[in-house]
Write a new protein. Sequence first.
Length: 676
Amino acid sequence: MQELDKLNAPQREAVVTTEGPLLVLAGAGSGKTRVITHRIVYLLQKKKVKPHSILAVTFTNKAASEMRERVKKMVGKKANGVTLCTFHAFGAEVLREHIHLLGYPKKFAIADMGDQLSIVKRAMRERSIDDRAFDARKVLTLISRAKNSGVEPQPKPEGMGDDYDLISHLVFPLYQLSLKALGVVDFDDLIVYPSTLFEKHPELRQEYRDRFTHVMVDEYQDTNHAQMQLLKNLVPDDGNLCVVGDDDQCIYSWRGAEVRNILQFDKHYPSAKEVRLEQNYRSTGAILNAANAVIDKNPERKAKRMWTDEGEGRSISIVVAPDDDEEARYVAKEIDKATAEGLPRDEIAILYRTNGQSRPFEEALRARDIGYQVIGGTEFFDRREIKDVIAYFKVISNARDDVSLLRIVNVPARGIGDVTLAHLSQAASTAGKPLWETLLHAKEVPGLPPGAAERVDAFCALITKYREVFSKGNLSQATRALLEEVDFVQAARASNASATVADRKVRLIEQVLQSLETFEGREGHRASLWTYLNTLSLDTREEEEGLQKNCVTLVTLHGAKGLEWRLVFLVGMEEDLLPHSGMQGEPPNLEEERRLAYVGMTRARQKLVLTRAATRVKRGKPVPRTPSRYLADLPEELIELQDLTQPPLGPPSAKELDFFASLKNRLKNAKAPPEP
């Protein structure tokens, strides 16, 4: 294979080690995607492994798609036979074949976030818990964490937990029962249920082990307990499992990722071999040495040190601004200067720890007429009109979906009000039947307002009619007909006084139709409303936002992982911001905060600027800020300090010229707390 000549020695070793368990420790910018794709090609061409025997899983559709395209370029149509997908897409495929063994209907649906929250709120009310006093999202987060960790939510001993621990414990069984009654699974079930199937049916587990003789996992540091269990079911202790990841980039513990999965890989697979990729192809030597200095302080990590043969490059700039507004103005001015010198805007990023930090930077960029995009805004499929259209699809596809049915039974308004729905819901609950069945017999339900039963009958007739229409295919055409019949577009226009807003909402509806057309073009005769909804659920939960051309990117450190820019501003380098003091009352995870700083620094290819504010306004008053402890870790010879709080009044003194001494003095005076 000529392609192997393009790899360095550790990369080649990772590619040709195809038998038994293998851990590839791939540092930032070390070419891990190249290793995985070349490994797949090596298995196909050199080892003559059949394409359908190879499974490669990652965390986003974008990553899976890029890998498939790379493999296709090297081996052609053979790549189509390789199963290259996300964890959740793989789990969904297993469930499509076998979920009936768990008592589910064969045509299950995947609940979106709105569905899940509605179910949680209903379960809270059933347990006499006020869903206005307690946040349903927090309850759902605890339920999700429990599923990912393999332990059902439990109330903690007195004095250790809070009300939410008890609430999630009470709500969890009702939440699971509701999902099953509705014929839907949530995102976490796509991982948990395949493992349940494999454990309850060993012959099924063996069937999958026999089929997939070579399994690869990208971004292994992001796996949680449930994903680890799924892998253990798929691959025996001495099986051909290759996992690629970097413990220094494990930054998703808040959504269940467990760094110990990569740190203790040899305990799960005792015969595992380890290969380290430490040569970086992205950043300059100065950036890598600075990042190494920060991450080296973490006690629990696999020892490695990133290096490059591309030279030292420019110094790391540390900028101290008087306050957060001045910090933002400085960054905007430097971006203006860089773009005037020819650097494209889409090669520049501003990274911060929390979304709340973006405002002053947005204002400063607007003031200079610099185009930008903020990653992490409102998702397309979270908009109300879009969710309404999708709810129609769900009701047409699944008669048991009470959540979606309640959403659209009076959208657009057709005279089926809250009083009618309350009577119908109560009747359905008393009879223990899905709401749809009760709607079909609305005339038998006592207490309905005059004419309500007839309006419900008309709605049921509409849904029944379009179940037949959609069953014949032509999804986009059927959707246009449905929306025209209910006058959906006109209702969207009428609900907005602003013509501009109304036009935007109409364009959003048109985008759904385009999405359907694209899906039909890709899937051909396999396209159905059911497969579209499940594909949509996976795509919108797993997908990353694309970067726009000619725009500066503003994004959190979590959102920046996997991306890179020539010029990076890592802002808010202060205690309580980075490292963060802890979210929603939880104690700070200081090791993960250090990993976040490392991830942010290694996004830069040519120039890295670290900024902080000397004061920030809190409750209307300026509050002095303590420099981040990570600034003190940086080697003296790499640093260039700019202090905007003390503009020189005359010729600079020797002390003022000594940038690093100035930095050290500031850190000493601030007395940053030691890291535990």
